[in-house]
Design a protein around this ligand. Structure first.
Ligand code: NDP
Ligand code: GDR
Length: 344
């Protein structure tokens, strides 16, 4: 019998890569999606097979991490072997504007899902999308033994989700793991995260569709990996003999400025001629440097990433150049929205 997985956050960057991976491994995949007035399935549309067809193995269900009763009925109906909790309000800057909503989705949402596992009485393995943002201002390199000091409402909400996941493991014997993932990017990255904002701008400026790129702190250091490789690590965590928490990271440090320089150079541009500072992109409290040590994942799971930030920057610029060519007049420069709103 094919294994069955439930993914929350399936319409997001990681959810789409994980759905692809699990389908390729022969899983039946169920995804939780939020009802919206427009379709929000662009990242998984290529996986669509008419559910009336016998070969269909991807099924979507309306639901929300804010709705605990719905999560119970859904789990009782689906009986997944594995649950991947990827859903979250995942933008750090936005979490300062919407701290309560972020706590409700990113923090309390996790305990709603864990309780739903317990109340529905199913036996399943549980993955929680934890984050390097937990480390905050604790200096690198960070590993599973490094203390936490989150710096945002997002980080604080993820801290609760981390501990409640561990608590369900200790209290109820649930096979529940935290993947503490450092930043990972791809051509499917949300357009307001800094890497994608940079690579979209590089493509648009080269094509004469944009003049300037407005950014905040260029000195922040991050450890950027490739999302498609990180979802493999998530899956491996749930195949281990014993539940444990794991860091996934490349171990390589780059500043935002480094990423910017590589991306613009690849587009044949000098970033200094186009980049402007906008204080609206600063955070009330910044996380200066995150660089992970993924030794445990390498030793126990055999997981090792191969794509580093410079290669990632180039592949994302290439993907955005191609997307721009196809979009034509439909191209929207979404990160420029602060001109009308305060969207980060
Ligand atoms: P995205 O922001 O791309 O995706 C978030 C997903 O969560 C979307 O599918 C979104 O749905 C869904 N979602 C948001 N709120 C709710 C809700 N209330 N109920 C149900 N679904 C909801 O994030 P990523 O794919 O980048 O990240 C996946 C997870 O990993 C997140 O939890 C993130 O915080 C965490 N993480 C990410 C890292 C990264 O570098 N990418 C690093 C470490 C952790 P919709 O499409 O409808 O908005
Ligand atoms: P991060 O990612 O906060 O690390 O969270 P983001 O790309 O938003 O910021 C990275 C760094 O770049 C600086 N920065 C800017 N950031 C944005 N978004 N826009 C800008 O214009 C800009 N200018 C400079 C930021 O200050 C920051 O230092 C991501 C998310 O995916 C989280 O969900 C995840 O948990 C962490 O990565 C690990």
């Amino acid at each position: 019998m094919a294994k069955r997985a439930l993914i929350t956050g399936i319409t997001g960057q990681d959810g789409s890569y994980l759905a692809e991976l699990l389908l390729a491994k022969g899983y039946e995949v169920h995804g939780l999606i939020r009802r919206a007035s427009t379709f929000n399935t662009a990242r998984i549309d290529h996986l669509y097979v008419d559910p009336h067809e016998a070969e269909a193995r991807l099924f979507l269900h309306y639901g929300d991490l804010a709705d605990g009763a719905r999560l119970v009925t859904l789990l009782a109906e689906i009986h997944p072997d594995e649950v991947y909790n990827l859903a979250a309000q995942s933008h750090v800057r936005v979490s300062f504007d919407e701290p309560e909503h972020t706590a409700d989705t990113t923090g309390t949402g996790s305990v709603r899902l864990l309780e739903a596992v317990r109340l529905s009485g199913i036996r399943t393995r549980f993955y929680q999308a934890s984050s390097s943002e937990l480390y905050g201002i604790v200096p690198p390199p960070q590993n599973e033994e490094t203390p936490f000091h989150p710096r945002s409402p997002y980080g604080a909400a993820k801290l609760y989700a981390f501990w409640i996941t561990r608590n369900y493991r200790e209290a109820y014997g649930l096979f529940a793991v935290n993947g503490i993932l450092f930043n990972h990017e791809s051509p499917r990255r949300g357009e307001t995260f800094v890497t994608r904002k940079i690579t979209r701008a590089a493509a648009a400026i080269r094509a004469g569709r944009q003049q300037h790129l407005y950014l905040g702190n260029l000195d922040a250091v991050r450890d950027w990996g490739y999302a498609a490789e990180y979802v493999e690590g998530m899956w491996r965590m749930l195949q281990a003999d014993e539940p444990d928490d794991y860091v996934l990271a490349t171990g390589h440090a780059h500043t935002v400025r480094d990423f910017l320089a590589t991306a613009f150079e690849h587009a044949g541009l000098d970033w200094r001629e186009h980049v402007r500072f906008d204080e609206r992109y600063l955070r009330p409290a910044e996380v200066p440097a995150l660089v992970g040590d993924a030794t445990r994942a390498k030793q126990k799971l055999g997981w090792a990433p191969t794509v580093r930030a410079p290669e990632l920057a180039r592949l994302m610029v290439d993907a955005d150049t191609e997307a721009l060519a196809h979009a034509g007049d439909a191209w929207i420069d979404r990160p420029r929205l602060p001109a009308w709103t305060v969207q980060p």
